[in-house]
Design a protein around this ligand. Structure first.
Ligand SMILES: [Zn+2]
Length: 105
C-alpha cells in the first residue's frame, strides 16, 4: 500500500547547481566523442545541497519549474522590450489607464 501511494508530490523548487563533472553541459568529452554525464543524470544540474544528481522523477519536475520560470521571464522581457507593430498592439491596452508600468517610486 505504501509503495503504490506516494507521498504528496513536491512541487517546490530546490536549489540546483551546475554539475561540476561536466560543467553543466550534461555531456563529457570522451575519447570517441561526447558521452552522457551520469554524475548529473545527463541534466547538467545537481542538488546544490548534496552535489549529487537528483532522481529522474524529481529532476524532471525541477527542470520543469525552472523552465516555466525562465519562460515567464522571457515573456516578460519580450513584453517590456517589444517594439514595432507588436508593441503598439500590446501596448495600446496598457497605456492610458496608466497603471501597469507605473511603479510609484
Ligand atoms: Zn554532469
Amino acid at each position: 500500500m505504501k509503495k503504490s501511494s506516494r507521498p504528496e508530490f513536491s512541487r517546490q523548487l530546490m536549489p540546483l547547481t551546475p554539475c561540476s563533472e561536466c560543467c553543466g553541459q550534461a555531456t563529457l568529452n570522451g575519447l570517441y566523442g561526447p558521452r552522457p554525464c551520469m554524475a548529473c543524470n545527463v541534466s547538467g544540474w545537481v542538488d546544490a545541497g548534496t552535489g549529487k544528481a537528483l532522481p529522474l522523477e524529481e529532476l524532471v519536475t525541477q527542470l520543469s519549474l525552472r523552465l516555466q520560470a525562465a519562460q515567464r521571464h522571457i515573456n516578460e522581457s519580450k513584453r517590456s522590450q517589444a517594439s514595432g507593430p507588436e508593441a503598439t498592439y500590446q501596448g495600446s491596452n496598457r497605456r492610458g489607464a496608466g497603471g501597469t508600468n507605473y511603479t510609484g517610486d
